[in-house]
Design a protein around this ligand. Structure first.
Ligand code: ADP
Ligand code: MG
Length: 225
């Protein structure tokens, strides 16, 4: 079963074609690493797969359904529950504490009709926070954290709903080797535990090698090679 499929996806910014008729599919529960030089279109592809941007032409399918037919509400629900985003640049909300940031997806889900069985309990969240070494930061605000700490908070928030797909853009980019290892281990462990599809972008061979059970894909100039 393909959880996400891209069919002949192109993306243009003005006259520049960043993605050039790219096709790929990702199976439920499998792990993938997408490698490629800076500027090859990796982040653009990830944004499009996560429904944060739309292709200029071509289709993105979630379990065989074309995103382009979905309304905003359905798309927002997908992003809230089924997709976890871990981006290079964190998107923590500056006016909320770390605790509020971490529990924000759950709060949004509670106001809808979420399937609560996938939502992580406070105990689970605290246990992972400990592993990540961020358990003492919950009462602080994003500006009071280092880049590496924010990235780990971001990871915790992204997995707090046990998403079906984890989209990670250079997830260890701001981290020292110690924290890099912890983040990689947690991503592996949790992706296996809740059978998430893990898609990790990296330009680094070293990082790619740590995701040893992954299918490797290589991007060059807006397409897979
Ligand atoms: P990668 O993640 O592989 O480094 P990106 O997907 O970020 O590559 O970018 C691919 C190309 O698209 C780059 O040349 C970048 O400058 C361009 N690009 C990305 N986003 C935009 C945008 N919003 N407007 C114009 N050009 C963009
Ligand atoms: Mg990028």
């Amino acid at each position: 079963m393909h959880i996400i499929e891209c069919k002949d996806v192109s993306k243009k910014y003005g006259t520049v074609e960043v993605l050039k008729g790219l096709s790929c599919n990702f199976e439920q529960g499998k792990h993938y690493v997408i490698q490629g030089a800076s500027g090859s279109g990796k982040s653009t592809l990830l944004y499009i797969m996560g429904g944060l941007d739309s292709p200029t032409s071509g289709q993105v399918l979630w379990q065989n359904e074309d995103y382009s037919n979905w309304n905003d509400d359905r798309m927002a629900k997908l992003r809230n529950r089924d997709i976890g985003f871990i981006f290079q640049f964190h998107y923590l909300l500056p006016t909320m504490s770390i605790r509020e940031n971490i529990y924000l997806p759950q709060k949004i889900a509670e106001s809808g009709d979420a399937n609560s069985s996938r939502i992580m309990s406070h105990t689970e969240i605290e246990a992972i926070a400990k592993k990540l070494g961020i358990e003492s930061l919950f009462d602080r605000y994003p500006t009071e954290l280092s880049g590496g700490e924010r990235q780990r908070v971001n990871l915790l928030r992204a997995i707090s709903m046990r998403p079906r797909v984890l989209l990670c853009d250079e997830p260890t980019g701001n981290l020292d080797s110690h924290n890099s290892k912890i983040v990689t281990e947690i991503l592996h462990e949790l992706a296996f535990e809740f059978k998430a599809t893990l898609i990790v972008i990296t330009h680094s061979e070293e990082v790619a090698a740590t995701f040893h059970q992954s299918t490797r894909l290589h991007m060059k100039d807006g397409t897979f090679v």
